[in-house]
Design a protein around this ligand. Structure first.
Ligand code: NAD
Length: 449
């Protein structure tokens, strides 16, 4: 992850109290407060349920297996009180949902966001089960989240929050039980805090998290893995559609870990990236953006907005630009029934989780737009997380070239499996991806029963 995407833990804070007030003085300075999700975002659990149901029905999956796979194995909701820098006590809520572990330990990221709630985490946990099955790594699916706004928290507050969350879910974690990783607004630093907190009780355990700093046992190539996987899938999709990537115009929404790395690696393949964006807005240049220069501008300013020689645009405008390929790499639900008719791209590569809603999916299918699903596209991250876990368990470090070669093999194999079902059964790519995943998870379930 570029250092600029580490923003949440590096945010400059107001230092009103310099951390030296007495606890009682702090309590008086502001009343206690509870941070709850605002809850105005799409119902992601309904979205993933609908996708599951469609695929299960198509493949005539037996009802007992459906019943077992539809709901999570275990859900945890914990409260995490944090004494904030200004002295008041804030109560945060954290979640860990373990969806399924028939193919291996629970595996999934941890998200810090004001909109995170149990429903969203539940949905993302199920997506992880399907994702790990598609790339055929021996993991199940889980997800975690804390309802908080990391952009308004100091490094100390975030560290206290992360350590508090780790203590609360400690019993459910384990190198062969559940292994967290970074997701939106969490990064290698957050993983280092989790590993350190877990280690206080259990001793040195690097395999307890992936996406750690390389210095602490992280894998080379993990930071860019999701973007690299996105590039590999995009390249394979273009090949199969006989589209020249070098003659294709791209728009990428989101310039965090996934979006910025996908932009860099696609640009290296010769793709013309005409637009990129972040939460503050987007930029457009018809002739193509100089992506390394945009990365530099982002590092300097904290946003892509204001990049010299490009026109500032909104995120809404980016999604409906006249481009060949659209890559949503920010948050879920960005393409819905309100804007799906206006999308001009021929291909949508879902680098984010659940960026296209089921109603939008139907509209796009009718309009002949190819949607490459999240559970295939962004599985590069968990694939290299698996490599990191293997390295930690064996106490070795792979060379970057080896990581990238193994990732390439896994992603191409996943594409061949999904693309094969798509062609043979004449079903959309999303349903084909679910069929591949459900077949593998269902088979493991039957074998264990
Ligand atoms: P990140 O926090 O590094 O970046 C998120 C980006 O989205 C930032 O550029 C942010 O400014 C932008 N953004 C946030 N809200 C936005 C909005 N309303 N409009 C436009 N842009 C907005 O997160 P990430 O790790 O890059 O994750 C992005 C997506 O990819 C998420 O859906 C995540 O679940 C998924 N994903 C990430 C990984 C991984 O390895 N990091 C793996 C698989 C899937």
């Amino acid at each position: 992850m570029p250092s600029t995407t580490l923003q949440p833990v590096n945010v400059k804070r107001n230092e009103r109290n310099n951390g030296v007030c007495s606890a009682s003085a702090r309590v008086e300075s502001k009343p206690p407060h509870e941070t709850l999700p605002t809850g105005h975002h799409p119902n992601f659990n309904r979205i993933t349920d609908e996708q599951f149901n469609k695929a299960a029905e198509h493949m005539k999956l037996e009802s007992e297996i459906q019943m077992l796979l539809r709901t999570p194995y275990r859900e945890m909701v914990v409260q995490i009180p944090v004494r904030m820098d200004d002295g008041h006590l804030e109560l945060f809520h954290g979640y860990r949902v373990q969806h399924n572990a028939v193919r291996g330990p629970y595996k999934g990221g941890l998200r810090f966001h004001p909109e995170v709630d149990l429903n969203e985490v539940r949905s993302l946990a199920a997506l992880m089960t399907w994702k790990t099955a598609i790339v055929d790594v021996p993991f199940g699916g889980a997800k975690g989240g804390i309802t908080c706004d990391p952009t308004k928290m100091s490094r100390r507050e975030l560290q206290t929050l992360t350590r508090g969350f780790t203590q609360k879910i400690d019993l459910a974690l384990g190198v062969y039980r559940d292994i967290p990783a970074p997701d939106v607004n969490t990064n290698a630093q957050v993983m280092a805090w989790i590993m350190d907190e877990y280690g206080k009780k259990h001793g040195y355990t690097p395999a307890i998290v992936t996406g750690k700093p390389v210095n602490l046992g992280g894998s080379l190539g993990r930071e860019e893995a999701t973007g690299r996987g996105t590039m590999i899938i995009t390249r394979e999709v273009c090949k199969s559609m006989k589209r020249d990537i070098r003659k294709s115009a791209f728009a990428i929404q989101g310039f965090g870990n996934v979006g910025s790395w996908a932009a860099r690696l696609l640009a290296e393949q010769g793709a013309k990236i005409v637009a990129v964006s972040d939460v503050k807005g987007g930029i457009f240049k018809e002739g193509g953006l100089d992506i390394p220069a945009v990365v530099e501008h982002f590092k300097q300013t904290g946003s892509v907005v204001g990049f010299k020689g490009a026109k500032d645009i909104t995120n809404d405008e980016l999604l409906v630009l006249d481009v060949d390929i659209l890559v949503p790499a920010a948050l879920g639900g960005s393409i819905d029934h309100h804007n799906a008719e206006a999308v001009q791209a021929e291909i949508i590569i879902e680098a984010a989780n659940s960026p296209v809603t089921p109603r939008a999916d139907e509209i796009l299918e009718r309009r002949g737009v190819t949607v490459v699903p999240d559970i295939l596209t962004n599985a590069g991250g968990v694939t290299v997380s698996y490599f990191e876990w293997v390295q930690n368990l064996q106490q070795v470090q792979w060379e970057l070239e080896h990581v990238n070669t193994q990732l390439e093999k896994k992603m191409v194999a996943a594409w061949n499996a999904v693309g094969g079902v798509h062609r043979d059964q004449k079903i959309p790519l999303r349903m084909a991806a679910y069929v591949v995943a459900l077949q593998r998870v269902a088979e493991a379930t039957r074998q264990r029963c």
